[in-house]
Design a binder for this molecule. Structure first.
Ligand SMILES: [Zn+2]
Length: 251
């Protein structure tokens, strides 16, 4: 489905006869334009003209490399899938709008026709001509639009279905891009975490070293402190005992 849609996009922009260029353009890798030209059996200028046309819409991208011997540049091309699908989406939406405008117009207004000349007139124009054909003198008949309206509605349904399909492809593509971004993000985070871990280990080592040197100095301090410490005085509860004795004597 994707390939079909991409071909349709190229067909709209550069012509149906060159839509097969889609098969030769890379989707991830950039493809050498000389190889594209050779495979399409057209000249390099023809190839470039097609690609420039598509590139005007931003639907292909390129990188260039300089040929060191010959001194010229070779371009490498890649198709931009998401942008192409979005282009197709807007194209389908445009046609849907045109169809529904036509349906509304046909349903709300009356049209007249000269059956002999097969020319159609709006009610206003028919009135201006007194409902008579300038060319052949035939009197206009009202045009039956039921068949046309039915056809337009069928087209509208087709476009709606297509829009859904294009949206499915857009979703697949955006998910893919999101996944790639996610992978890159995770890789970055992993690298950051690794760096943090390395720093942590380095800090720990430094701290351990510091402790080692501190231990030596604190040991000395402890010894000094013990010497300097004075013995703690203890209070004797002698007074209480005396009081109790005196109460007993009173009895
Ligand atoms: Zn006529």
């Amino acid at each position: 489905m994707l390939n079909k849609f991409l071909k349709e996009v190229v067909g709209i922009i550069a012509g149906k006869q060159v839509e097969d260029i889609v098969d030769l353009l890379g989707t991830k890798k950039y493809e050498n334009e000389f190889i594209i030209a050779k495979k399409l059996d057209i000249t390099i200028n023809q190839t470039r003209n097609i690609l420039y046309k598509i590139s005007d819409y931003g639907l292909v991208s390129s990188i260039r490399k300089k040929d060191k011997k010959k001194g010229w540049y070779t371009y490498f091309w890649k198709i931009e899938i998401l942008k192409s699908l979005e282009f197709l989406k807007s194209e389908v939406e445009k046609r849907m709008k045109q169809a529904s405008t036509q349906i509304e117009k046909r349903e709300a207004n009356r049209f007249y026709i000269c059956k002999r000349c097969n020319i159609e007139f709006t009610e206003e124009n028919a009135m201006l001509r007194d409902f008579t054909c300038n060319e052949c003198g035939e009197i206009f008949k009202t045009k039956d639009n039921t068949k046309l309206i039915k056809e337009l509605k069928k087209n509208l349904d087709k476009f709606e279905k297509k829009l859904e399909e294009v949206n499915v492809e857009i979703k697949i593509e955006t998910d893919k891009i999101e996944k790639i971004k996610d992978k890159e993000r995770k890789k970055e985070e992993k690298e950051k975490a690794q760096k943090r871990e390395e720093k942590k280990i380095a800090r720990r080592k430094a701290a351990a070293k510091k402790k080692e040197t501190e231990k030596k100095t604190t040991k000395k301090k402890v010894v000094k402190k013990k010497v300097a410490k004075k013995p703690v005085k203890k209070k004797k509860p002698t007074k209480k005992v005396v009081k109790k004795k005196s109460i007993k004597k009173k009895k």
